[in-house]
Design a protein around this ligand. Structure first.
Ligand code: CTP
Length: 404
């Protein structure tokens, strides 16, 4: 099962140099299982040929409402009605202005105006020069189209084709694919704030060494993405991992357990849910050597004195808001044996309503996982699946328990 199986996407292109990215975007949408109907403005055809988009979408590309060869004489009405999502990428400043005023003088603006607003999401991926982006007229028009029900996906910051550096780059094709997938997910956590810990922690011994573990952070990052897809505002406190931040997620990087506790404490007051997936190191050295410990001098490793780290999840679970259930706490038990018994015992010990058990050595660094979801009445297994699929199931489960 692919993320966009059975989904029909209208991909609209306006005139912008960013059209070169739309070829890759079209490929990604098709690879994800979608059927893609490309519609181009005349200006877009100056930047990329309809033939290129036709070859990639495997469907005739539509460029005009006056084309007598088109099978459907009412294409401007039917195109958006048949779509699950309309995505305009790139969306030029001029096209945003047209949308804001309800103008409909070409096929793409016609189909946007004729789209059933409540049934078919309209996603806009703006692309323009920084001065055009920041111009009050553009910002005013963006506010108008957003108020009219369009989703403005924001822009990247960086070098522009015009030589300027700043805001206005179209988001990358992979980010846009994620946005399309996200907009089709049920919004079971709409308006909720979710705080997630992920990855290992690193407890320094000296400037070059430390205590850590094999957690990759993949499960926590997948949960962050799934929570954001479900409509939540997500803050991800990440230990040292080499993973890309899911689009739209606020990330706070930390190294040690104490730093992770500090970051969690900073953000917890506004959170509705804490999902603690981090594999927090249980101990840290009492003192950190300021220079590298040499093997023939100084402190031998045998005399390394450790102290226990704070338990972040247990601390938060005992806070007044968590005890009143205004903050829903979820833990992840990483075990190597006796999964059910260990997870049940850990749930009790940490005082959380939900503890998710998994076998650490089998899942650290992997793309798949198997989860055991344990609460006060029983347990349920989520069988082996990609971490993102499991994350979406878990988010649905959490939303359900929160009354969503
Ligand atoms: N946890 C935490 N702070 C710690 C230790 C663990 O917040 N100092 C959280 C983890 O993020 C996870 C849960 O507690 O959600 C269980 O973590 P785990 O490493 O499985 O258990 P430990 O409490 O460390 O116990 P043990 O090492 O004995 O299994």
């Amino acid at each position: 099962m692919k993320d966009l199986d059975h989904q029909h996407i209208v991909l609209g292109l306006c005139g912008s140099i960013a059209c070169y990215k739309s070829a890759e975007l079209c490929r990604l949408l098709v690879q994800a299982g979608a059927t893609v109907q490309v519609v181009m403005t005349q200006a877009a055809t100056q930047f990329i040929t309809p033939m290129t988009m036709q070859a990639l979408s495997q469907r005739p590309v539509l460029c005009s409402q006056w084309d007598v060869h088109t099978a459907d004489p009412l294409a401007h009405i039917h195109l958006s009605r048949e779509a699950d999502v309309c995505l305009i990428a790139p969306c030029s400043a001029n096209f945003i202005a047209k949308l804001a005023h309800g103008q409909a003088d070409d096929l793409l603006s016609l189909l946007c105006l004729a789209r059933p607003i409540s049934a078919v999401p309209l996603l806009l991926a703006p692309a323009m020069n920084p001065d055009m982006w920041h111009h009050p007229a553009t910002q005013r028009n963006l506010a108008t189209v957003a108020a009219d029900g369009a989703t403005v996906l924001g822009v990247g910051c960086g070098d522009m084709a015009c030589g300027q550096t700043g805001d206005g780059r179209m988001l990358e094709p992979a980010q846009l694919l994620d946005e399309v997938i996200a907009c089709l997910q049920p919004k079971v956590l709409a308006g909720k704030r979710v705080l997630i810990t992920a990855g290992p922690t690193f407890e320094a011994i000296d400037p070059v060494r430390g205590i850590t573990n094999l957690s990759s952070g993949k499960m926590g990052f997948a949960i962050a993405r799934a929570a954001r897809e479900a409509g939540a505002m997500v803050t991800l406190v990440a230990g040292p991992v080499s993973l890309n931040t899911p689009h739209g997620v606020q990330r706070v990087d930390v190294l040690s357990a104490c730093e992770m506790l500090q970051a969690v404490s900073t953000h917890i007051d506004h959170a509705d849910v804490l999902i603690a997936t981090a594999a927090v190191a249980d101990w840290r050295p009492v003192t950190v050597a300021s220079h590298k410990i040499k093997k023939d001098t100084a402190v031998p490793m045998q005399s390394l004195v450790l102290t226990e780290n704070p338990d972040i999840l247990a601390t938060v679970a005992q806070s007044p808001r968590a005890l009143r259930r205004e903050l829903y706490c979820v833990g992840f038990a990483a075990e190597s044996q006796d999964l059910l018994a260990q997870t049940q015992a850990k749930r009790e010990r940490k005082g959380v309503p939900l503890m998710v058990g998994n076998i650490g050595p089998a899942t650290f660094g992997q793309d798949n996982n198997t989860l055991l979801v344990v609460d006060d009445v029983g347990h349920r297994e989520f069988s082996n699946a990609p971490k993102l699929s499991l994350a979406r199931r878990l988010i649905a489960e959490i939303a359900c328990r929160m009354g969503g």
